[in-house]
Design a protein around this ligand. Structure first.
Ligand SMILES: Nc1ncnc2c1ncn2[C@@H]1O[C@H](COP(=O)(O)OP(=O)(O)O)[C@@H](O)[C@H]1O
Ligand SMILES: [Mg+2]
Length: 379
């Protein structure tokens, strides 16, 4: 389906960005660009710097160098006519506009975009909103699912409504914590007890997350989380194995075999995720056939509950002792490096990495066409 008459489909892979997961995004983008079939696709790299500037034709490694040194000379543009650009939000002119080129040669036409920016301004619906305004097909979830997927408490409410089990939790505004710290702490102690997890509601990569074991560490944990978001989530600690499932599709999503994360630290914190190589991914997870089926069904339920499209990774806790399956969160732009859980789970389920990126592009176009069928106020 995904070919255009008279040539290859032009896929803009958008990477980098302003979040703390900038580097992970570069590695994900490199793997994706390598895997897009060159017979079918012309790949146009679109890098976003840490400051938010868009660069067409810049390779992820060059963007990384640029980030380190801040020197513009590191930007080796590989596409003829590359350079600083902005997305054209005029739907009649699909693609990017080069900012430093004369009008006659400043258009970079694109057929579909593949955003692979994790976290803030990439995974949270803001970028997706821009792509909607530009009327471009793009890989992955739309505005709503992306935004809700980033907001851990709104997502929890929807999971709960869909019949999925969630950890007992409480949400506190940082303004209230700052004005009434003792009252907030006493409420948490009464409602959840210790140990508990404290997180910024909008977070990723475990940034700003702590496990609090007593009043003093709870105070520190709340203060830390309050630095990252105006809403703070406090959750009961679940003694559990961490199980993840990949989901793929639009209206008829499918789920992969589950995998297991075995963190090398007390919990899967930033260090255990990205730095210490002793954390392990077990693919597939060693689970009974019944639990595998249960978790796969739950993953699709969670995906539908947030109205996801394209892809998402759904993360669960499998409580030790009771074997209860509790949903933790959904990631709408999961890590996508060649060794990341999302593509690895698909490989274990029978979909290779190149086939996966191919399907994602197909799904982007399918969703775009589906949307075009709906009447809008402008005709
Ligand atoms: N309620 C909880 N009980 C036990 N461990 C938790 C709990 N919440 C989070 N964790 C640990 O913290 C890690 C990061 O939390 P998570 O909510 O997944 O945030 P992020 O979006 O940053 O990945 C989890 O992978 C897990 O190891
Ligand atoms: Mg997580």
């Amino acid at each position: 389906m995904n070919t255009v008459a008279g040539g290859k489909l032009k896929v803009g892979v958008i990477f980098g960005g302003r979040s703390g997961e900038h580097e992970v995004s570069l590695v994900s983008a490199k793997s994706i660009m390598k895997a897009l079939n060159p017979d079918k696709y012309e790949v146009i790299p679109v890098g976003i710097t840490r400051q938010g500037a868009w660069m067409v034709g810049v390779k992820p490694d060059a963007l990384l160098e640029y980030g380190k040194s801040g020197s513009r000379s590191c930007l080796a543009f590989n596409a003829a006519g590359g350079g600083k650009a902005s997305l054209n939000c005029d739907p009649s002119n699909k693609g990017l506009m080069l900012l430093d080129k004369p009008k006659a040669e400043n258009q970079v036409q694109l057929d579909v975009l593949f955003p692979i920016i994790h976290g803030t301004y990439g995974e949270d619906g803001t970028l997706q909103g821009m792509l909607e305004l530009a009327d471009m097909p793009y890989v992955g979830c739309g505005v709503l699912a992306s935004a809700v997927g980033m907001d851990k408490t709104v997502a929890k409410r929807l999971f709960h409504e869909a019949g999925l089990e969630i950890a007992p939790y409480k949400e506190v505004l940082r303004s209230r914590f700052r004005s009434h710290p003792d009252a907030v702490i006493s409420e948490i102690e009464g409602e959840l007890g210790y140990p508990c997890f404290v997180k910024p509601v909008n977070s990723g990569s475990s940034v700003g997350i702590s496990k609090a074991k007593n009043r003093e560490s709870l105070q520190t944990a709340l203060t830390l989380a309050a630095q990252y978001d105006r809403k703070i989530l406090i959750e009961a600690h679940i003694d559990a194995r961490e199980i993840e499932v990949s989901v793929l599709g639009n209206d008829d999503p499918i789920s992969s075999l589950p995998g297991e994360i075995v963190p090398c630290n007390e919990f899967y914190d930033y260090n255990a995720k990205y730095i210490d190589e002793r954390s392990e991914l077990k693919i597939p997870a060693d689970l009974s056939p019944e639990t595998i089926e249960q978790i796969r069904v739950m993953a699709v339920k969670a995906y539908r509950a947030l109205d996801c499209a394209g892809m998402a990774r759904v993360d669960f806790f499998l409580e030790r002792g009771s074997n209860r399956v509790i949903i933790n969160e959904i990631n709408t732009i999961p890590g996508f490096t060649s060794i990341s859980m999302y593509p690895k789970l698909w490989e274990a389920t029978g979909i290779s990495y190149p086939e996966l990126v191919d399907r994602l592009v197909d799904l982007a176009i399918e969703r775009y066409r589906d949307k075009q069928e709906s009447l809008s106020t402008v005709s």
